[in-house]
Write a protein that binds this ligand. Structure first.
Ligand code: NCD
Length: 309
């Protein structure tokens, strides 16, 4: 039986192409399960999972929790704002306390890049990175590629542009790794100030003109401007950002083909994307959310089967 090459999901950087294929095949199965009248399987009845969220989250947290429950795992939730972290406890102490209650797997979102790698080296549980600062967000990139595969048949050979705040986005970095691994052509597009200096070293095209980028691509993944990670001003005003890097219906209609629009959420309607685009048939934003549950079920299931061995 095939299995993942890793014991944790810390970033797409640590996966190979076969891992991604295995996750997608497994997700296909779970997608079928969650569309049944009884949306649950008993696979992980003997597994306990702790969701540790040290940073705000809506859909990622709900999606993980739903995925765990659909697999019949026992689930405990922890969010930093209501915890002893505020009293000065270290990350390792917090997690070891939770693990001493016999927890097998930890899903963690943390503001510090590398937090989940650090944790995997110090505690005895399988770790899933649910976003570490501006570094990686592997399950988001997996569900994004899975959604492209579902809409366009395959990821290989497709032209995908990631638009917006590439500098502060963990979604961008994980998507670049995932898309390249599967043989897609990747471009990043945004204001120069929001494009990391040596980003081309990752084998991506760089473009600062949105119209050109949209003419080139099959898929545009629109990112939110991560204001919460900015300590200085990276562009003159939101209005100007929208004028240059926002996607609206008129712009899409001016292209000579119909491209697919993605967004990881949360959307700032009217900033990076207008409502008529977000709610159009070209957008697969809600498919991404739905696929997120199946893809996370696949990741959790495959990692759990390595614990059981
Ligand atoms: C993203 C995140 O938190 O990194 N959202 C998500 O996980 N669905 C992107 C964002 O916050 O803009």
């Amino acid at each position: 039986m095939s299995e993942l090459s890793v014991n944790h999901l810390l970033g797409i950087k640590y996966l190979n192409k076969k891992d991604i294929e295995l996750i997608f095949e497994t997700a296909d199965h779970f997608k079928e399960v969650i569309n049944r009248p009884i949306k649950k399987v008993p696979s992980l009845r003997d597994i306990t999972i702790a969701n540790l969220f040290f940073e705000n989250s809506t859909r990622t947290k709900l999606s993980f929790e739903l995925a765990e429950k659909r697999l019949s795992a026992d689930v405990i939730n922890f969010s930093a704002s209501q915890s002893s972290v505020k009293k000065g406890e270290t990350l390792i102490d917090t997690v070891n306390n939770i693990l001493s209650m016999k927890v097998d797997m930890v899903v963690m979102r943390h503001p510090n890049p590398g937090a989940s790698v650090f944790l995997s080296q110090h505690v005895d549980a399988s770790i899933i990175n649910a976003g570490d600062g501006a570094h990686e967000h592997p399950t988001q990139a997996l569900l994004d590629s899975y959604s492209i595969r579902e809409r366009l048949g395959e990821v290989k050979g497709k032209n995908v542009v990631i638009v917006g705040d590439i500098l502060h986005s963990r979604v961008a970095l994980s998507n670049i790794y995932a898309l390249k691994l599967q043989g897609a052509n990747v471009m990043v597009c945004g204001p120069k100030t929001l494009l990391p200096k040596h980003i081309d070293k990752l084998g991506v095209k760089v473009e600062t003109n949105l119209q050109k980028a949209l003419n080139w691509c099959d898929v545009a993944n629109m990112l939110r401007v991560q204001n919460e990670r900015m300590d200085i001003s990276y562009f003159p005003s939101t209005r100007e950002y929208t004028q240059q890097f926002g996607v609206n219906k008129a712009l899409l209609d001016s292209l000579d083909k119909e491209i697919t629009i993605m967004h990881p959420g949360p959307i700032n309607r009217g900033v990076e994307i207008t409502s008529d685009v977000a709610d159009s048939k070209q957008a697969i934003i809600l498919d991404q959310v739905q696929n997120g549950v199946a893809v996370r079920m696949a990741v959790i299931y495959l990692l759990a089967s390595k614990i059981k061995q």
